[in-house]
Design a protein around this ligand. Sequence first.
Ligand SMILES: [Cu+2]
Length: 159
Amino acid sequence: MNYRRISLAAFAAVAVLVPAAALSACGSSSSSSSSSASTASTATTTTAASGTVAVALTEFKIATTPNAAPAGTVTFNVTNSGKVKHQFTVIKTTKSAATVLNNQNPNDDIPGAKGEIASLAPGANKTLVIKNMVAGHYALVCALPGHFQSGMYENFTVN
Ligand SMILES: [Cu+2]
């Protein structure tokens, strides 16, 4: 009787711990059901061999796996892992991602923008395919009011 109680308690503890560990260890891909995303996340180099990049949006952070890709067609597999709506814009720029929208009027088009997912609901996943990405520096941002200012940006390299 005591053994059974102990093993049940241990099982309950594991059942509680595993989801939390999975979320923190691989938040960028854990909520994606796409097989291509999980393949990309196994890469240990910074460049995605397939040109596919897993992107996780949370409050207020953009996490990429990996943070570089070969020139050509780049596929951003974007998941909103947060609790509020986000968006995702890819910008070709020489500026650091942290400063790229500093003087941007929210009503104006973003200079250098190569593509965007205009709106992504919490839990939603969308794919953004951008062709002819040339080598250089890019900034990935969430351009919703206040989100960039709160830290929703990331540098990205095409090589
Ligand atoms: Cu956002």
